[in-house]
Ligand binder design. Sequence first.
Ligand SMILES: [Zn+2]
Length: 190
Amino acid sequence: MKICEDVYKIPGDSNVYLILRPEPTLIDTSDSADSVYIKSEIEKIIPVEKIKNVMLTHLHYDHAGNVELFPNAKFYADEKEIENYKNSSKDFFFHDISVKTDEILREKLIPLNDEIIGLKVIECPGHTRGSVAFLDEKRKLLFSGDTIFTNGIGRTDFDNSLPEEMRTSVEKLVKEVREGKLTLLSGHDY
Ligand SMILES: [Zn+2]
């Protein structure tokens, strides 16, 4: 589904967003149970080998589960999320994760800085310690992961949640959406 020029949404177990310019980039990858569907939907637009960056809003299995589909990509997540995954990967419920995906998440993740390919990185701890959102100021889009949805907010009852920080994170994103008149592109459609 086309969101706007160069931006597509693929609704899987979690939503996957494909941005074509300035470089073919994905935000989240959905659940490995979705891999055939996700790959075929992306390939209607661009071969998976051409994806240059995969940016993860957080490392729950339903967002980071298909990283192995992209052989030429660099993978990014928040530094705290990467540390947390290395120390306690079971908290991200990777019960059915492949060895290859686990290896990428353990060894290949690059910590995010303030900005990447024109997207501003907004830290929003709460749903997980290292959850982030991505703001595309030019296209007026906010990729909010599991922090805010159209009709609510993400869960904070996981072992790797920080419930006491969720309110501040939610308020920060809501303010961005309202003041910037942004289109909200969340990790799930609820
Ligand atoms: Zn999540």
